[in-house]
Design a protein around this ligand. Structure first.
Ligand code: WTA
Length: 661
C-alpha cells in the first residue's frame, strides 16, 4: 500500500460512530435483512427472483448464470427483454401513464415535465426516426448531449431498437469525441446546438463539427436538438434538426425483446493506460441489478418518492440511476441541466423544496463545495421532504458525511427546526465496470457509519485481500476484489477482450480486481481508501495519469511529463503535472497556461492540471519507471519518502530547488 493509503487508514481507524435506522424508517423500509440471508443461502436463486420481480420478460429465461467462459459471464442468456418497454410502455399499460417520469428544470429556469405516457410517445418517435436513418439492431449511436430529457429519450430509443449507445460527456473535447466515435464506429451522432453554463450559452455542435471535419469516420447522420438557440454551422450532408425528424415521427412503435446478452451500451472510461476503455454492458443482468439496487439502497417507494440523481448522463451514474433504474422502477425523478451556483448558491435546495425531492443522490465533491459555501444557504430552505441521502464517486470523508446528515438530512424547514430522526446516508461504492451498486448499506437495516460504504448489497460477494490474494480483516488494509460474477458486470472492453482479461482478472487468480484500496474493520464493514493504480479521481471523475501525460508530451514544448493526483479539499484529488521542457518558450510566454489550455482542448476542461511544475528531471528507478509516489509527496507538500531506489538520487533535490526558484 502507498504512504497515502496508510495515512488514510490511520485517520479512518479513529471513526467509531454508528447510526441505527429509526423504528419508523424500519417499519416501511423496502430493503429487508432477510434479503441478505436469502442471497447468502442461494445467490443465483436470489438473482433469479429479482430478475422476475423487476423486469417483464418477452421470453422467460431458463438458466440464470453461465460462467463456463469465465471471465465473460452470461446472465439469463436465453431470455429476451426490451429495456425501453420495461422503462416505459409497461407502466402505461399498468395504468401509470399519468405519473410524472421526469421533471426537467433547465438552467435558465424553464421547466418541462414528462408523464410516463408522454415519455413513451417521445421515445417511440425517436425510435422511428433512428430507424428512418437506417439504424438497426447492433449499430452504434454516439450521444453528445447536455442534461436535457432528449438525452434520456435518445438512450431509450436506442435500447428499444437494439442499437448500442455510446454517451460521450458534453465536457469532453472534439478529439475525445472523435476517438470514441471511431473506436465504436458510430453511424449516428445525437447532439444539441448547446446548453447553458452559469447563465451563458455553452456550445456543443461546434465540437461535433470539428470532430467530424476530417474524413474517414463512419457517421452518416448528425441529429441536432435545439436547446440554447445559438447559431450553428450546418452540414447539409449530415445534419438534421431533431424538431424536423423526431417531433414529426409516428408515436406508434412496437418494442420487441432483445436477447438478455445483447449489448445495451458502451461507455468509455479512463484506465491505467492512455487509451480509454469502452466498457460493454448488456441488457438483462444490467437492468436487473440497476433496478434492484435502486429500489433497496434508496428505499424506493415509486408511488410517492421524488428521486434526484445529480450525475450527468455522460457518466455511468447518469446511465444507471438517471436513465435506466428510476424508469424501470416507475419512479418520478428530477433532472437539472445546470450548475449548483446559478443564479445563486441555493439552486439545488430550491429545486428540492419546489419538487419535494425525497431521495437525493450526489457526490462528495458537491457536498464539500456546499460545506465551503456555508450552512446558512441550505438552512434557509425547506428540505423537510428529504428522507434518504446518497453519495457516490469517491470516498466520502467522515466530516462531509456528518455535515450531509446534520445540515441536509436534519433540515425540517427554514426556521432551524430539526428532524427528530435525520435521514439515513447511503454511501454507495461501484464503478462503470460494475454497472450498479456493489457496496452500500440498506437504509432500513444497516447501522450506518460515517465514511464507510460498509457491506456488499444482497447477492454480491466482495472481499479485501493482501498482495497474495489472501483475505484480510480487523482493520487491515488491502485490495478490493469481487469474488463471484454479478448480473451488472461488464462483459468486456469494446474491441479488446485481452485487455479485459488482463486489467481485471489477472492480478488475483479467479477474482475481479477493482483497482481500489480498502480496509475491513472488526465488524467486517468495508472502508474505501481510493485508487491503488494510475487512475485519479477528480470530483468523482476518473482520469488516467497516462492519458494526461501523453497529452502533455504531444505538445512541442514538452520532452517528458509525469502526472499525479494530489489531495484536494474540494475535488478529492487534483491533477498535478511535472514537465521537462525541450525548447525554451518564447519570451514572456506563460508556459503553464499554454500547457493547461492544451490539455483542456485535447481531453476536456476537467483534465486540466491544477498545477504544472517545470522541473529539470523526473525521479526514475534504474529500470526507468517514474516514481510517482515521490512526486505525490512533493505535490501534497509532504516530506519526500524513501528515494533510495532512484537511479539518480539528486533528482529530488533538483526538483525541490526548481520549485523554490
Ligand atoms: C471511486 C462511478 C469510494 C472508486 C460510480 C471507483 C468510490 C471509481 C465510491 C469508479 C465510493 C466510486 N467510495 N470510492 N462510494 N464510488 N468510487 O467508474 O475509486 O466513474 O473505482 O464509477 O470511483 O468510478 P466510475
Amino acid at each position: 500500500m502507498s504512504d497515502t493509503h496508510t495515512s488514510t487508514l490511520d485517520n479512518l481507524s479513529h471513526e467509531t460512530r454508528a447510526f441505527a435506522p429509526s423504528v419508523e424508517f424500519v417499519a416501511t423500509a423496502v430493503g429487508k435483512a432477510e434479503q441478505y440471508e436469502a442471497a447468502k443461502a442461494d445467490r443465483l436463486g436470489y438473482w433469479e427472483d429479482q430478475a422476475r420481480k423487476v423486469l417483464t420478460w418477452d421470453t422467460d429465461f431458463t438458466e440464470v448464470l453461465d460462467w463456463s467462459q469465465a471471465p465473460v459471464a452470461k446472465w439469463f442468456a436465453d431470455g429476451k427483454v426490451n429495456a425501453a418497454y420495461n422503462a416505459l410502455d409497461r407502466h402505461v399499460e399498468n395504468g401509470l401513464g399519468d405519473r410524472v417520469a421526469i421533471h426537467f428544470e433547465g438552467e435558465p429556469g424553464d421547466t418541462r415535465s414528462y408523464t410516463y405516457s408522454q415519455l413513451t410517445d417521445a421515445v417511440k418517435q425517436a425510435a422511428n426516426a433512428f430507424e428512418s436513418f437506417g439504424i438497426a439492431k447492433g449499430d452504434r449511436v454516439a450521444i453528445y448531449l447536455p442534461m436535457i430529457p432528449e438525452a434520456v429519450i435518445t438512450m431509450l430509443a436506442c435500447a428499444r431498437i437494439g442499437a448500442i449507445h455510446s454517451v460521450v460527456f458534453g465536457g469532453f473535447s472534439a478529439d475525445a469525441l472523435r476517438s470514441r466515435v471511431d473506436d465504436a464506429e458510430a453511424k449516428l451522432v445525437v447532439t444539441a446546438d448547446g446548453t447553458w453554463r452559469r447563465g451563458k450559452p455553452s456550445s456543443l455542435k461546434p465540437a461535433v463539427d470539428e470532430a467530424l471535419a476530417k474524413d474517414g469516420h463512419t457517421v452518416q447522420n448528425v441529429l441536432v436538438v435545439k436547446r440554447n438557440g445559438q447559431d450553428v454551422n450546418w452540414n447539409e450532408k449530415l445534419d438534421k434538426w431533431w424538431g424536423d425528424v423526431v417531433d414529426t415521427a409516428s408515436t406508434e412503435h412496437t418494442a420487441v425483446g432483445h436477447e438478455a446478452e445483447h449489448p445495451l451500451f458502451v461507455l468509455y472510461t479512463s484506465g491505467t493506460t492512455g487509451k480509454p476503455k469502452g466498457i460493454i454492458h448488456t441488457t438483462g443482468g444490467y437492468l436487473v441489478q440497476a433496478a434492484a439496487t435502486h429500489r433497496d439502497t434508496f428505499d424506493l417507494h415509486p408511488e410517492s418518492d421524488v428521486f434526484w440523481c445529480t450525475a450527468d448522463i455522460g457518466w455511468v451514474t447518469g446511465h444507471t440511476y438517471v436513465t435506466y433504474a428510476p424508469l424501470i422502477n416507475g419512479a418520478t425523478q428530477v433532472m437539472y441541466e445546470g450548475t449548483p451556483d446559478f443564479p445563486n448558491q441555493g439552486r439545488w435546495w430550491e429545486i428540492i423544496a419546489n419538487y419535494g425531492v425525497t431521495v437525493l443522490y450526489t457526490a462528495p465533491t458537491a457536498i464539500r463545495t456546499f460545506m465551503k459555501w456555508g450552512r446558512a444557504i441550505p438552512d434557509s430552505y425547506d428540505l423537510s421532504s428529504l428522507r434518504v441521502l446518497g453519495s457516490v464517486g469517491e470516498p466520502i470523508n467522515p466530516e462531509a458525511w456528518m455535515w450531509y446528515r446534520e445540515v441536509i438530512g436534519s433540515n425540517n424547514g427554514p426556521n432551524g427546526e430539526k428532524k427528530e430522526h435525520p435521514t439515513p446516508i447511503v454511501d454507495t461504492w461501484w464503478q462503470t465496470e460494475t454497472g450498479a451498486h456493489m457496496i452500500a448499506p440498506l437504509p432500513g437495516v444497516t447501522s450506518t457509519k460515517p465514511g464507510s460504504a460498509q457491506c456488499p448489497v444482497p447477492g454480491i460477494t466482495v472481499d479485501v485481500v493482501d498482495d497474495m490474494g489472501v483475505s484480510v480483516g480487523n482493520g487491515e488494509g488491502g485490495f478490493l476484489v469481487i469474488r463471484d460474477p454479478w448480473p451488472g458486470m461488464l462483459r468486456g472492453i469494446w474491441g479488446d477482450m485481452n485487455r479485459y482479461q488482463e486489467t481485471y482478472w489477472s492480478r488475483f487468480e479467479g477474482m475481479y480486481f477493482a483497482g481500489d484500496g480498502a480496509k475491513k474493520d472488526t465488524d467486517g464493514d468495508i472502508w474505501l481508501l481510493g485508487r491503488v493504480d494510475d487512475v485519479m479521481n477528480v470530483s468523482g471523475h476518473r482520469l488516467s495519469t497516462t492519458e494526461i501525460e501523453s497529452s502533455l508530451v504531444a505538445h512541442p514544448y514538452v520532452a517528458e511529463a509525469a502526472v499525479v493526483g494530489a489531495k484536494d479539499e474540494t475535488t478529492g484529488e487534483a491533477v498535478v503535472a511535472f514537465v521537462i521542457l525541450q525548447v525554451e518558450p518564447e519570451e514572456g510566454e506563460d508556459v503553464v497556461a499554454t500547457l493547461r489550455a492544451h490539455v483542456g482542448k485535447d481531453i476536456g476542461p476537467i483534465a486540466k492540471p491544477r498545477h504544472i511544475l517545470v522541473v529539470p528531471e523526473l525521479p526514475k528507478t534504474r529500470s526507468g519507471k517514474i516514481m510517482r509516489r515521490l512526486l505525490k509527496d512533493v505535490a501534497e507538500g509532504r516530506e519526500v519518502g524513501d528515494a533510495t531506489t532512484l537511479a539518480d538520487n539528486t533528482v529530488m533535490t533538483q526538483i525541490a530547488d526548481s520549485m523554490h526558484k
